[in-house]
Design a protein around this ligand. Structure first.
Ligand code: HEM
Length: 474
C-alpha cells in the first residue's frame, strides 16, 4: 500500500472491488465529484462496475478530455452499447470517428439561419395549440406538472421543425407509443449493462425497427415526389448527401440519423426547459422582467416572435445560459483511453484501458469561476467577459473554437462538440417567450425552491412532479 505508483491517479477509497463507487456516483454525481476533488485533487480514479473511471475536473480537466487526441481517447467505445440499439447501425458511435464527423457536417448543413427563421412560427404554433387544447392548461389558472407537459411540448416542437410535418402528425397516433418504447432504451441501466436482456429492451428493439421503417418509407415517398418539398426539414436536407468517397447516404442511415437527432435533442431540451421554467416560477420578478423585455423588443402589442428579434431578448438568453450553467443536461462525458495520457503540468499518467470522465458541470458551479455559484442569477452574465475561445479547428463539420480550458462548456468542446446548440437556443427561446407571454408563474404554495435533480435517468431532470402554478395573463 505504501508503494503506490506515483504516476497513476489516486483511487477513490472503496470497500467492494467490483462495485467500487458505483452507488455513491450514481446517487449524486456532483456531490461525489466535489467530495473527492477535495480529498484527491482534480484527477482521480473510481471504480464503476469493474471499470476504472478517471475523472479530470476544472477547466484544465475539461480541456484534457474534450480536446484529447484521436490516438488517445475514443468516444464510440464508451457510448455504443447504449446508443447503437436506440439509434441503429451505421451512424454516430457505430462508425469510426471520421464517418461521424462527416455525418455531423451533413446535419450542420441543415441547420441554417434560413431554416431557423422558418422554425420560429412553427414552434409558436405547436406551443400555442398545446396551451389551448391540453386539459392541464384549461381555464384561467391552474397547476401543472412540468415533467408531464414539457416532454410533449419539446417533442412536438422538435419534430414539427427538424423532423417535418409527417413525423409530427404521426406523433398524434401510434408513433407516440413507439417513441416511448424506444426512449425507454435510453437509461443508465442499459449504459451499465449493455449486454443484459432487460425486458424493456425487447420493446426498444421492436420500436426501433418500426420507427426506422417509417422514416425509410417517408424518404422513399419523397424521392418519388420531389416537387412536394415545401419546407426546410432535416430529412430533405439529408437526402442526396454523399460522403467524401462518393458513397451516398443510404435511406437507412438517414432514418438512423433522424432517430439520433430526435433523442439527442429531446432529453437535453426537455430537461433545460423544465429547469428554466422552474427557476422562473421560483422568481416571479424574473417572469415580469422577461415580459417587459418581450414588450420592449416586440412592442406593446407583442408582435409575433421572429428568429432575428429573439437574439435581442438579452435577458431571456441569459436565462437559458444560466439554466445550462447550473443544470447542464449531461453530467458525465466519457471516453475510452487508447494510449497513456499525461495530465499537463503533473506526473499523473492515465493508463490505456481506463475511461476518462469530464464533468464541465462541476467547474460551472465552482465559486472560483462563478461567485455564489448555486444562486440562479441570469444577470451575472451581464458584462461578463466572453470566454477565451482558443484555437480554431476544423474537425470536418465546420470550423469551431476548441473552447480551451473554459469552466463553462454545456455543449462540450472539441471534435464531439454539439452541433445542435443554435437549434436548441431557437427552440428554448421560442418556448420560454411563449410561456412568458401567456402566463405568470410561481411555485406551488409552501415550496420555496426548485426540486432536486433526479439522477435515475440519463439526463438530470428535476424530480417529479416538478409542478408550477400558472395564471393566464388575459
Ligand atoms: C453532442 C449538449 C441539444 C445533437 C453534444 C455534447 C454535449 C451536448 C455536451 C458532447 C457530448 C460528448 O462530448 O460526448 C447538448 C445540450 C443541448 C443539446 C446541453 C440542449 C440544451 C442538441 C440538439 C441536437 C444535438 C437539439 C440535434 C439537433 C448533438 C450531436 C452531437 C452532440 C449530433 C455530437 C455527438 C458527437 O460528436 O459525439 N451535445 N446538446 N444536441 N449533440 Fe447536443
Amino acid at each position: 500500500l505504501l508503494f503506490k505508483d506515483p504516476s497513476k491517479p489516486p483511487v477513490v477509497f472503496h470497500y467492494f472491488p467490483f462495485f467500487g463507487s458505483t452507488v455513491d456516483y450514481g446517487m449524486d454525481p456532483y456531490a461525489f465529484f466535489f467530495k473527492n476533488q477535495k480529498k484527491y485533487g482534480d484527477v482521480f480514479t473510481f471504480i464503476l462496475l469493474g471499470n476504472k473511471m478517471t475523472v479530470a475536473l476544472g477547466p484544465k480537466g475539461n480541456d484534457f478530455i474534450l480536446n484529447g487526441k484521436l490516438s488517445e481517447v475514443n468516444a464510440e467505445e464508451a457510448y455504443t452499447g447504449l446508443t447503437t440499439p436506440v439509434f441503429g447501425e451505421g451512424v454516430v458511435y457505430d462508425v469510426p470517428n471520421h464517418v461521424l464527423m462527416e455525418q455531423k457536417k451533413f446535419i450542420k448543413v441543415g441547420l441554417t439561419v434560413e431554416a431557423f427563421r422558418s422554425y420560429v412560427p412553427l414552434i409558436v404554433e405547436q406551443v400555442t395549440n398545446y396551451f389551448n387544447s391540453h386539459k392541464d392548461f384549461a381555464g384561467k389558472s391552474g397547476s401543472v406538472s412540468l415533467l408531464k407537459v414539457i416532454p410533449e411540448i419539446t417533442v412536438f416542437t422538435a419534430s414539427r421543425t427538424l423532423q417535418g410535418k409527417e413525423v409530427r402528425d404521426a406523433l398524434d397516433g401510434s408513433f407516440a407509443d413507439l417513441y416511448h418504447d424506444l426512449d425507454n432504451g435510453f437509461t443508465p441501466v442499459n449504459f451499465m449493462f449493455p449486454w443484459f436482456p432487460f425486458p424493456h429492451n425487447f420493446a426498444r428493439d421492436r420500436a426501433h425497427k418500426k420507427i426506422a421503417r417509417t422514416y425509410m418509407d417517408l424518404v422513399e415517398k419523397r424521392r418519388a415526389n420531389p416537387d412536394s418539398k415545401s419546407e426546410n426539414d432535416m430529412i430533405w436536407n439529408l437526402m442526396n448527401k454523399t460522403y467524401k468517397d462518393g458513397r451516398p447516404l443510404t435511406d437507412k442511415e438517414i432514418a438512423h440519423i433522424m432517430i439520433a437527432l430526435l433523442m439527442a435533442g429531446q432529453h437535453t431540451s426537455m430537461s433545460t426547459s423544465c429547469w428554466a421554467i422552474l427557476h422562473l416560477a421560483e422568481q416571479p420578478d424574473l417572469v415580469e422582467a422577461l415580459y417587459q423585455e418581450q414588450k420592449k423588443v416586440f412592442g406593446d402589442n407583442l408582435e409575433p416572435l421572429s428568429y432575428e428579434k429573439l437574439a435581442d431578448c438579452t435577458l431571456m438568453n441569459f436565462v437559458i445560459k444560466e439554466t445550462l450553467r447550473i443544470h447542464p443536461p449531461l453530467h458525465s462525458i466519457m471516453r475510452k483511453v487508447k494510449s497513456p495520457m499525461r495530465f499537463p503540468d503533473t506526473n499523473i499518467v492515465v493508463p490505456e484501458g481506463h475511461y476518462v470522465l469530464a464533468a464541465p458541470g462541476c467547474s460551472a458551479i465552482d465559486a472560483q469561476y462563478f461567485p455564489n455559484p448555486l444562486k440562479f442569477d441570469p444577470y451575472r452574465w451581464e458584462g461578463r467577459a466572453p470566454e477565451e475561445e482558443g484555437e480554431k479547428v476544423d474537425f470536418g463539420f465546420g470550423v469551431i473554437s476548441k473552447g480551451t480550458a473554459s469552466p463553462y462548456l454545456p455543449f462540450g468542446a472539441g471534435r464531439h462538440r454539439c452541433v445542435g446548440e443554435q437549434f436548441a437556443n431557437v427552440q428554448l427561446g421560442t418556448i420560454l417567450a411563449t410561456f412568458v407571454r401567456e402566463f405568470t408563474l410561481r411555485l406551488p404554495n409552501g415550496q420555496v425552491s426548485v426540486p432536486p435533480p433526479d439522477y435515475n435517468s440519463m439526463i438530470a431532470s428535476p424530480t417529479a412532479p416538478a409542478a408550477v402554478e400558472w395564471v393566464r395573463r388575459k
